[in-house]
Design a protein around this ligand. Structure first.
Ligand code: F6R
Length: 244
C-alpha cells in the first residue's frame, strides 16, 4: 500500500483531487467509484475548481456510488443522491445520465443490488474507487462483523456508525438503520483505490488497516489484498502522527 501523509486537510484534498484528475485525463470515459461523507468534500471542491479552470473534463466520465441509506428518498437532504448533487455533480460538467447511485426507494433491495452489480460489469468495472473509512474500520457500509458480504447488499448499520452519522441529522432517531452498499468484493474489483482518512477519530481504524492482520472485524484491512491502494491521510489520522 502506498501512503501519503499530509500536513492538513487542504493538502489531503489537493493530493486526492490530483489523482482523480490524472485518472480522468488519462481515460476520458473512465469509471469513478465515488464516496460520500465529510472526508471527500474538500477533494470534490478542488475537482470542481479544476473543472472550471479547464484542467479536467468530466463530460464523458461515468460514476457509481458506494452506497445509499435505505429506505430514503433522493430528495431527502440526507440522502447520498442529494449529497452527490450538492457537493459534486452540480459543480462539474458530468452528464447526470452517466451517474449511478443505488436506489434508496427500491421495493426489492435484493434485485436492486443485483442490478447494480450487473451495471458495474456493463460499464467495464471501476477504474478508480474513492473510499473514506469509518471510525470502526468500515468501508462503504461494510460494517465489522464475523463475516463480510462480497457483493452489493442490504445491510444493517452498527450503533457506532449511526452515532457517527447522527451529526448530519437533527436527531439520532432520524438516522436510517439500514443501507445498500457495494460489498467488499465489489470494492476490491476496482483497478485502483484511494482511501482518505482525516482527523484523530480515524487513527485507530487506520492503525488496524496498517497492522499485519486481515480481519472481518476491520473491513478496511481487506484492502491489504489489493495491489493498487493509496492511503491519503493527515498526521492526526496517521498512527505515526507528528513524527512522520
Ligand atoms: C460514504 C461511505 C462511508 C464513509 C465513512 C467515513 O459513502 O461509504 O464509508 O466514507 O463513514 O465518513 P466521513 O468521511 O464522514 O468520516
Amino acid at each position: 500500500m502506498n501512503i501519503i501523509v499530509c500536513d492538513s486537510y487542504d493538502e489531503l484534498s489537493e493530493s486526492a483531487a490530483k489523482i482523480v484528475a490524472k485518472q480522468v485525463n488519462e481515460k476520458a470515459d473512465c469509471v469513478l467509484g465515488l464516496a460520500t461523507g465529510s472526508t471527500p468534500v474538500g477533494m470534490y471542491n478542488v475537482l470542481a475548481k479544476k473543472n472550471k479552470a479547464g484542467e479536467v473534463d468530466f463530460s464523458r466520465v461515468r460514476s457509481v456510488n458506494l452506497d445509499e441509506y435505505y429506505p430514503i428518498s433522493p430528495d431527502n437532504p440526507q440522502s447520498y443522491h442529494y449529497f452527490m448533487k450538492e457537493n459534486l455533480f452540480s459543480k462539474i460538467n458530468i452528464d447526470m445520465a452517466n451517474t449511478h447511485i443505488l436506489d434508496g426507494m427500491c421495493k426489492d433491495a435484493e434485485a436492486e443490488c443485483e442490478r447494480f452489480e450487473r451495471l458495474i460489469e456493463s460499464l467495464g468495472g471501476v477504474d478508480l474507487q474513492i473510499l473514506g473509512i469509518g471510525q470502526n474500520g468500515h468501508i462503504g457500509f461494510n460494517e465489522p462483523d464475523s463475516s463480510l458480504n462480497s457483493h452489493t447488499h442490504l445491510t444493517k448499520l452498527t450503533e457506532n456508525t449511526i452515532s457517527a452519522n447522527s451529526r448530519f441529522f437533527d436527531d439520532i432517531s432520524e438516522v436510517p438503520t439500514m443501507a445498500l452498499t457495494m460489498g467488499i468484493g465489489t470494492i476490491l474489483a476496482a483497478r485502483k483505490i484511494i482511501l482518505l482518512a482525516n482527523g484523530a477519530a480515524k487513527r485507530n481504524a487506520v492503525s488496524e488497516l496498517l497492522d499485519n492482520s486481515i480481519t472481518t472485524e476491520s473491513p478496511a484491512s481487506m484492502l491489504k489484498v489489493h495491489k493498487n491502494v493509496i492511503l491519503i491521510c493527515d498526521r492526526d489520522a496517521y498512527p505515526g502522527g507528528a513524527n512522520v
